[in-house]
Design a protein around this ligand. Structure first.
Ligand code: MG
Length: 387
């Protein structure tokens, strides 16, 4: 391997994405003095309306349930922070990494996955050219079309590299309709290392903050959490080093230790994989059929075990399921109203897509208020879990 980075003159590794070699924007724009194209993308995302709405969108807990729970906004900031730590160590482009992280959840509906399930059902009609609702694709729609802030174009006109990073997954059927940003799914190739990193950082962030929020809410039981393979060694270390440490600080230290361990593992394993595959350029990264950013063989299964623990004990907790059921009803009712308002639309499948865009763009609060106005008393939200 070359001694990566020195040749770029920017402190970047030779396999990093380069702002000065971007494949560009859909609508060409003059360069901005003093700001790279990826930095501009990051700034556009932060200034967007969709980004501000993330503050009032559910991660796991509905926004009104407690002021300390993560929202999509704080989740996105934690993803960006974790990804930047690794990007700096791998000498990747931090601004591109951050832009992808901050934009990755812009397409989320109100009430998290519950809202997505509801809209997905409403948009299942292949004969009408509708192929469901998927939040990755919706994030791309937000930055490509739904933000209306610029005189010359719809959307934020982001660079190809930022857009491809936002589109984490995509079916082959849909990829054929997405143009250049869908091409890698057809070619079975990989996105940039920055995009791969944003994807992994998302997982690291939600595994740990959901653990934290789950414990704070009382829905997760500490005695069960401490048996997790990722948790146990940190707990042993901390109880030896700080006997009698109070529970709240113990949980913070546990999570801090776990995130640091996974960031180290992710960095070292990715570097090893880059060397093992002889990767020296960003183009070689893209030719790979599988991602290069990832955990070691020892860490991977432990992370999977934590994910399945969270799925069983938190995401499928009766209290969360109760919230999800009400949320699905609310989103489905509001979609019905939005569609009825478009009954004279000349293209019914477009009417459905536009209704979905409208409802997906609501915050939790907007959705709850609109529903309470239009269907008084119909939504019985479970009691708050925390003050
Ligand atoms: Mg996310």
């Amino acid at each position: 391997m070359t001694s990566a980075g020195l040749e770029s003159g920017l402190g970047l590794a030779s396999y990093a994405s380069r702002a000065d070699q971007s494949r560009g924007r859909r609508h060409p724009e003059p360069a901005a003095p003093g700001r790279s194209v990826f930095q501009r993308d990051r700034d556009r995302i932060v200034h967007s309306t969709a980004f501000r709405k993330l503050l009032y969108k559910t991660q796991v807990f509905v926004n009104h349930e407690g002021d300390l729970f993560r929202t999509r906004l704080t989740h996105s900031l934690e993803v960006a922070q974790i990804a930047r730590s690794v990007a700096r160590r791998l000498r990747l482009d931090e601004e591109l990494t951050e832009a992808i992280c901050l934009a990755h959840d812009l397409g989320h509906t109100p009430f998290g996955h519950a809202g997505q399930h509801s809209l997905n059902r409403a948009l299942q009609d292949a004969s009408a050219g509708l192929q469901g609702f998927e939040h990755n694709l919706q994030s791309l729609r937000v930055v490509d079309r739904l933000e209306h802030r610029y005189a010359d174009f719809d959307g934020l006109n982001l660079c190809f590299e930022t857009r491809e990073g936002i589109l984490k997954h995509c079916s082959i059927r849909l990829a054929t309709r997405l143009g250049e940003v869908g091409q890698r799914f057809l070619d079975r190739q990989s996105p940039s290392l920055e995009a791969q990193l944003a994807n992994l950082a998302d997982e690291v962030a939600y595994n740990h903050h959901d653990l934290d929020d789950g414990l704070r809410s009382g829905l997760l039981v500490f005695e069960e959490v401490q048996e997790q393979a990722l948790v146990a060694p940190h707990l042993r270390r901390l109880t030896t080093q700080y006997p009698g440490l109070d529970r709240d600080r113990l949980v913070c230290e546990l999570i801090r230790g776990m995130i640091n361990e996974q960031i180290d593992d992710l960095t070292q394993s990715t570097l090893s994989r880059l060397v093992a595959n002889g990767i020296e350029t960003a183009a070689q990264v893209r030719e790979m059929a599988s991602p290069l950013v990832g955990f070691s063989d020892e860490m991977g299964p432990k992370v999977q075990a934590l994910k399945s623990f969270l799925r069983q004990r938190l995401y499928r907790h009766p209290r969360v399921v109760e919230m999800t059921t009400v949320a699905e009803l609310v989103v489905s009712d509001l979609f019905g109203l939005a569609l009825a308002a478009r009954q004279d639309h000349e293209a019914p499948h477009l009417a459905r897509r536009e209704a979905a865009d409208e409802i997906a763009g609501l915050t939790d609060r907007q959705a709850m208020l609109r529903h309470a106005d239009c269907f008084p008393g119909r939504a019985q939200w479970p009691a708050r879990v925390s003050l």
